[in-house]
Design a protein around this ligand. Structure first.
Ligand code: IPD
Ligand code: CA
Ligand code: CA
Length: 257
């Protein structure tokens, strides 16, 4: 059953991704603002979501779907697909080719299948619980880094101003150790931890669709995924830290020290 689900999610992400690629190349999408000036939605997000939902619901009509576009309140279903039809819209709008379709299937508070697809680089990341993580058919794993000093750390900036203070505090406590980056797509940042490129990534106040796919991919590749304070990861709280085990403890200490 879960391999069937994963297969359908891959088909849906490729279909959503080809819509994004077309708009990215032709530059003929319309843009509107959501909360702040850099929180955007485009016609590409909407069309990609429609296509993904039609594929998922066509094959699994009984499984609820929580898609980013049009979701004001987030329902807590026992099982659901979480759809981010374009994770990294600001990058997309500025022609920075670091964005992805992100799909996750969760049941009983556990991630069961995840897919993250960058339609420009054609990197297709996917994972099924207990089965490892893959990039374009090849098994992937986290980095072997053992020290935070000089490691590749990525942090994300929250859209809500009230959430900024924690991030600023974290930057202050970690920036002496290495040169931090912000790349603008949670799904790809988690997948790059899985791939062993990024050693550690954390961010606060994300939404379930940002995280549902990438969290499983990172875990299945061997990353430790928790809240940034070292507590249990909660999809609905949206605070995440994913790191290679060699630096995880040291990074939690550095962030919270
Ligand atoms: C955003 C990206 C970004 C993160 C934001 C998210 P969107 O998703 O994942 O990296 O910092 O908080 O909302 O809006 O481009 O789908
Ligand atoms: Ca997102
Ligand atoms: Ca999005």
């Amino acid at each position: 059953m879960s391999s069937d689900i994963l297969e359908t999610m891959i088909i849906a992400s490729l279909a959503g991704g080809s819509i994004l690629r077309k708009y990215f190349e032709e530059e003929n999408f319309s843009i509107s603002q959501k909360s702040v000036s850099y929180d955007l939605v485009t016609s590409a997000d909407r069309e990609s979501q429609e296509k993904i939902i039609s594929i998922l619901s066509g094959r699994f009509p009984q499984i609820p779907i929580v898609g980013e576009e049009g979701s004001e309140q987030i329902p807590h279903y026992r099982e659901a697909f979480y759809v981010d039809p374009l994770d990294g819209t600001l990058n997309f709008v500025h022609k920075f080719p670091f964005f992805a379709v992100s799909l996750g299937y969760w049941k009983d508070n556990e991630p069961i299948a995840g897919v993250v697809y960058n339609p420009i680089s054609k990197d297709l990341f996917y994972a099924r619980k207990g089965n490892g993580a893959f990039l374009n058919g090849e098994k992937i794993g986290v980095s072997t880094t053992t020290s935070v000093e000089g490691s590749l750390l990525v942090i994300g900036f929250p859209y809500e101003e009230g959430e900024l203070s924690r991030t600023v505090k974290d930057i202050k406590s970690t920036m002496r150790l290495t040169d931090l980056r912000v790349l603008g797509s949670t799904a790809l940042e988690l997948s790059y931890v899985a791939r062993g490129i990024i050693d550690g990534y954390w961010e606060y106040a994300l939404s379930p669709w940002d995280l549902a796919g990438g969290v499983l991919i990172a875990r299945e590749a061997g990353a430790v995924v928790s809240a940034p304070d070292g507590g249990k990861f909660d999809l609905f709280k949206g605070d995440v830290l994913a790191a290679t085990p060699g630096i995880y403890q040291e990074l939690v200490k550095a962030i919270n020290g």
